[in-house]
Design a binder for this molecule. Structure first.
Ligand SMILES: Nc1nc2c([nH]c(=O)n2[C@@H]2O[C@H](COP(=O)(O)OP(=O)(O)OP(=O)(O)O)[C@@H](O)[C@H]2O)c(=O)[nH]1
Ligand SMILES: [Mg+2]
Length: 314
């Protein structure tokens, strides 16, 4: 089997947050579809250099600053590719179609409706997800008010993705908490996912669910509609693969570092984390021993960002 082709592409946003797409010219692979500008790495060329070269050739701009967003392995009938997408945060020049391709600035929320290559689907998820994912700490059921106050505080600090996780609470109490947390999150434009309980999440109209690995293992297909978020906790290559199979939108992969309460688990470290994530065609959060300042390291290892209890709670 030929090795996969390394493709780099850039996400450029205008002042209004719209994303630049280019239309693949007639006669090329996947002609007519809209894509993120970019192309194949030359032999021996570093991805960041290839990105700069492709965006200069295709758009006539000079990349000043970029960081990895997501790398998606994808198998086309013609070839296997690794679609390595970067967020370009600064450039000079104005993007022009240097190769006769049509260009369009598209609202983030409209991307899912645009005809893009199949490999781009996880990229749209990555663009819609934040770089920090809060998981609530364990509370006693009688500390519901304290839990909600913490969620409020987190939203006010800018957290935009929250997992309500209280696996030992009675269901009625959990439903109370989820309802109130849902309203608090909504008020701040944050999404609330419920750990483990698909049915309750649907009844309450939450933004989605996050499944522990052992629950995901019992599923053969996606347990909720496409307009909700499905996150899955993973710890190895097999669990990541299974999460993809059941249509997860994203995963957490842990533990990157040792954490109290999980001393028995073998920590992955960044190197192993990166090896596992590059095979996963979905956004993956780094979890386990994360600190707020680890977001950069997580990006460099191919992660969407960090997931944490302690570090994001206070
Ligand atoms: N640039 C880009 N390519 C993508 C995206 N999604 C996706 O599946 N691809 C695939 O990745 C490959 C990129 O090849 P390309 O044709 O753009 O390469 P290139 O710019 O170096 O052009 P060339 O090989 O014609 O010189 C194609 O098979 C394309 O279909 C995307 O969002 N952007
Ligand atoms: Mg190209």
């Amino acid at each position: 089997m030929p090795a996969s082709v390394h493709v780099v592409a850039g996400v450029l946003r205008d002042a209004g947050g719209r994303v630049l797409l280019a239309r693949r010219p007639v006669g090329k692979h996947l002609a007519g579809l809209w894509e993120f500008p970019g192309g194949k790495c030359d032999a021996g060329e570093a991805p960041v250099d290839a990105l700069a070269r492709e965006l200069r050739e295709e758009l006539g701009i000079v990349v000043e600053s970029a960081r990895p967003l997501i790398a998606v392995p994808h198998r086309y009938p013609e070839q296997d590719i690794l679609l390595d997408v970067w967020q370009v945060s600064a450039w000079t020049g104005t993007p022009h179609p240097h190769e006769g391709q049509a260009l369009a600035w598209v609202e983030q929320g409209a991307l899912a409706q645009v005809e893009m290559p199949p490999a781009d689907r996880p990229v749209i998820a990555a663009l819609a997800l934040p770089d920090r994912y809060l998981i609530t700490p364990a509370f006693e059921p009688d500390a519901l008010d304290e839990l909600l106050a913490g969620i409020e505080r987190a939203c006010r600090r800018g957290l935009r993705l929250v997992q309500l996780r209280q696996p030992h609470w009675p269901r009625a109490r959990l439903a109370d908490a989820a309802r109130r947390a849902r309203d608090a999150c909504r008020e701040h434009g944050a999404r609330l996912l419920l750990n483990g309980d698909v049915q309750l999440a649907m009844v309450l109209g939450l933004d989605g669910v996050h499944l522990p690995a052992r629950i995901a293992a019992g599923l053969a297909e996606r347990p909720l509609p496409a307009d909700r978020w499905l996150g899955v906790s993973c710890h190895d290559a097999a669990e990541l693969l299974h999460a993809v199979r059941i249509g997860a939108d994203f995963a957490t992969l842990s533990p990157v570092f040792p954490t109290p309460g999980h001393e028995h688990a073998q920590a992955l470290g960044w190197e192993r984390f990166a090896e596992l994530v590059v095979h996963a065609p979905m956004p993956v959060y780094a979890l386990g021993g994360m600190e707020g300042e680890d977001v950069d390291a997580a990006w460099m290892a191919g992660a969407q960002g960090i997931a944490a209890i302690r570090a994001l709670w206070s």
